[in-house]
Design a protein around this ligand. Structure first.
Ligand code: PMP
Length: 448
């Protein structure tokens, strides 16, 4: 490793950081992380904190998960690469497809299509949805529906279904034919509805309305996160996802759950689909599939697509990545899946999630700056900060940055996204680790 002066000097000089202004990263240099252990990371100055971000919602099993590291090293030694394009395959990808189909069988999933990450998984699902309808002779079904405030990644297709202008405006024009439904976001919504169940019905009615307006026979799929993540952790009322499923089914529209965050236990259920008791047509997964140790993803495919794509020699999948089914990623994912099940991380995610959610709710009593606390389903919690509780005016960037920095100095890496603090730590978090996060947050808010 180069010395710390070199690293600090070149931190943002030679690299553009994602989701950041290049000038901002020069003016406010990003923290340089050089070490890790368990659920903690250490920066270049030797300061160690609990990582309340869990990497980027992906290091579910912590940074020290040895079986995953060993699986990667073994696979690298034996077969570091081979493609799964037409005519070849590799043993790790085959074994993983078998294990994933077993893992997601309760969600109605029957096949896996491998990708290199979340945006790739979303892009793949959108493409397969259009192709599914073409193969069935409904070529006019090309449009996509999604939720406002949803986040689905960065490719043009994924960005087009994103529901946040921040991720869209600079890159417009995006894909045409993508329409957005109000999210079941109780704290702020166009209906001024504060009751989660009533709001779920209003949003479902808005979906029906949009389908009627567009014409059901023009719509390929609805894509939605079971709990909106990057948009600020927005869990809908439990009636919402089943209503969406029923509306989609009734109108011949495929339902894709974007489970890039929610799959593999984060919500305190093994998948978002299982949390809400629905069976989507496709599920997009990535992130925790390899514990963040290798870029990898999987789109899980349900019966409707299997029926149309298989037994039809015309149905060629003209889509795939050089790294689809990468053996090192597949080996990492196999080890992750085994550890995820062995450690039964869902139960811990549920227990520690409740502790964090209740702790944040207690902080809300103490600090006016906290307008809303959302979570209650595993280790996905958000604190929405406001400068005025009565008007719900969002907090200014400088104050949010102060909370973040003081929390960091007090022992926890937290992520601030707009007015939200997003907490998404590893699922192997202990009670003491969760307490350390809460105490660092307390210090951060007190600093204002
Ligand atoms: N979908 C969701 C729900 C996500 O949270 C993300 C990433 N945060 C993506 C898609 C995109 O994944 P990636 O960054 O791996 O491309």
């Amino acid at each position: 490793m180069k010395d710390s002066n070199f690293l600090k000097e070149n931190n943002a000089r030679m690299m553009w950081h994602p989701m950041t202004s290049p000038q901002d990263s020069i003016d406010n240099p990003p923290k340089i992380i050089t070490g890790s252990s368990g659920v903690r990371v250490t920066d270049i100055d030797g300061h160690t904190v609990v990582d309340a971000v869990g990497g980027l919602w992906n290091v579910n099993l912590g940074y020290s998960c040895q079986p995953v590291k060993d699986a990667i090293a073994d696979q690298l030694a034996r077969l570091p690469y081979y493609s799964t394009f037409r005519g070849t395959s590799n043993d790790a990808a085959i074994e993983l497809s078998y294990e994933l189909n077993d893992f997601f069988a309760p969600d109605g999933m029957q096949r896996a299509f491998f990708t290199s990450g979340g945006s790739d998984s979303v892009e793949s699902a959108l493409r397969l949805a259009r192709q599914y309808h073409k193969l069935r002779g409904e070529a006019g079904r090309t449009k996509f529906l999604s939720l406002k405030k949803g986040y689905h990644g960065t490719h043009i297709g994924a960005a087009s279904v994103n529901g946040n202008a921040n991720f869209r405006n600079a890159y417009e024009p995006l894909l045409s034919g993508c329409f957005h439904i109000p999210a079941p976001y109780t704290y702020r919504n166009p209906f001024n509805e504060t009751d989660p169940e009533k709001l779920a019905h209003l949003c479902a009615a808005a979906l029906e309305d949009e389908i009627a307006f567009q014409g059901a026979n023009t719509i390929a799929a609805m894509i939605m996160e079971p709990i909106l993540g990057a948009g600020g952790v927005i869990p809908p009322h439990k009636s919402f996802a089943p209503m969406v499923q029923e509306i989609c089914n009734r109108n011949g529209i495929l339902l894709i759950t974007d489970e890039v965050i929610t799959a593999y236990g984060r919500t305190g259920a093994w998948s978002g689909a299982r949390l809400w008791g629905i069976q989507p047509d496709m599920m997009c997964t990535a992130k925790a599939i390899t514990n963040g140790f290798f870029p990898f993803g999987a789109v899980m495919i349900g019966e409707r697509l299997v029926d149309v794509f298989e037994g039809n020699s015309e149905a060629k999948i003209a889509h795939g990545y050089t790294y689809s089914g990468h053996p090192v990623g597949a080996a990492a994912a196999l080890a992750c899946l085994a550890e995820t099940k062995r450690l039964n991380v869902v139960d811990n995610a549920a227990a520690r999630g409740t502790q964090l959610f209740e702790g944040c709710t207690a902080l809300q009593e103490k600090f006016d700056i906290i307008g809303d606390v959302r979570g209650g389903h595993g280790l996905m919690t958000a604190i929405e900060m406001v400068s005025d509780r009565a008007t719900k005016k969002p907090i200014d960037g400088a104050s949010a940055a102060t909370v973040q920095e003081v929390a960091y100095q007090s022992g926890a890496m937290i992520r601030v996204s707009g007015p939200n603090i997003i907490l998404s730590p590893s699922l192997v978090l202990t009670e003491q680790d969760a307490a350390a996060i809460l105490s660092a947050l307390d210090a951060g808010f007190a600093a204002l």
